[in-house]
Design a protein around this ligand. Structure first.
Ligand code: KIV
Ligand code: NA
Length: 271
């Protein structure tokens, strides 16, 4: 079946078959992940993964709009979700609506994602009441890196109650799913039991209702740093470097281009 996944279908996967989610930022990568995925996220991780930024804080609406449009052209099955960048939603529900509506109208995505728990519940309620499905993101929220003082595990020990309360608040506010990032596995399982919406884990637990990874991380393309929760399913960065070395060697030794890559002088002999 090639019909596009809906927010309602994702929501209905609570406690059922795990949701398969990955990020994508370009048309060809969207085409590569579409059939296998239920959800494709145009993450603000694009800033670090494709643009070389030191964190996600410098990601702009313009970047999310451009990568969102590119990904939309490559999807026919997965639900497309676009991240709201830092500074585009925190000020007020009205600001969040204005920017979320722009992301939906100009990219064709089916939902937006924003970071934050209880503090963002009012905004999530405002958006969902006005036709904008929201995926929430609690635990380690990378846009909060300066406040956290690093990409640290969230919710250990007594602090688990805070992350649980955040997940409950976003579910109660109408989010259709919630990403749990870098929290203890037992806490992720507890939250998954406690909330009525799918939990999507990254550095969380196999017991979550779904999993997500940054596609360039799991393919070994982005190797800037490697969190413990990234499993490498391929080493495409190494493959690219090896291919480029071979190319360079063949150019220098005039073995490339070969006879099959060049054109004869006579006409009518093919392209
Ligand atoms: O930006 C991103 O890629 C994300 C996922 C890792 C959840 O937010
Ligand atoms: Na993100």
């Amino acid at each position: 079946e090639s019909r596009q996944m809906t927010v309602a279908e994702v929501r209905a996967r609570k406690g059922a078959a795990p949701l398969v989610c990955l990020t994508a930022y370009t048309t060809p990568m969207a085409e590569a992940v579409d059939a296998a995925c239920d959800v494709v996220l145009v993450g603000d991780s694009v800033g670090m993964v494709l643009h070389g930024l030191p964190s996600t804080l410098g990601v702009t609406m313009e970047m999310m709009l451009m990568h969102g449009r590119a990904v939309a052209r490559g999807l026919s099955h997965a639900l497309m979700v676009v991240d709201m960048p830092f500074g585009s939603y925190e000020e007020s529900p009205e600001q969040a609506f204005r920017n979320a509506a722009r992301l939906m109208a100009e990219t064709g995505c089916g939902a937006v994602k924003l970071e934050g728990g209880a503090a963002m519940a009012g905004t999530i309620r405002f958006l969902t009441a006005r036709g904008i499905p929201v995926m929430a993101h609690v635990g380690l929220t990378p846009q909060g890196v300066m406040g956290f003082g690093g990409y640290k595990v969230q919710g250990r020990g007594a602090d688990g109650a805070r992350v649980l309360a955040d997940a409950e608040a976003v579910a109660e506010a109408g989010a259709f799913a919630v990403v749990l990032e870098k929290v203890p596995a037992a806490l992720a399982d507890r939250i998954t039991d406690a909330v009525p919406i799918p939990t999507i884990g990254i550095g969380a637990s196999a017991g979550c209702d779904g999993q997500i990874l940054v596609v360039d991380d799991m393919l070994g393309v982005f190797t800037g740093f490697r969190p413990k929760f990234v499993k490498r399913y391929a080493e495409l960065g190494d493959a690219a470097r090896a291919a480029v070395e071979t190319y360079a060697e063949e150019v220098r030794s005039r073995r490339f281009p070969g006879p099959e890559h060049v054109f004869a002088d006579e006409t009518g002999g093919g392209a």
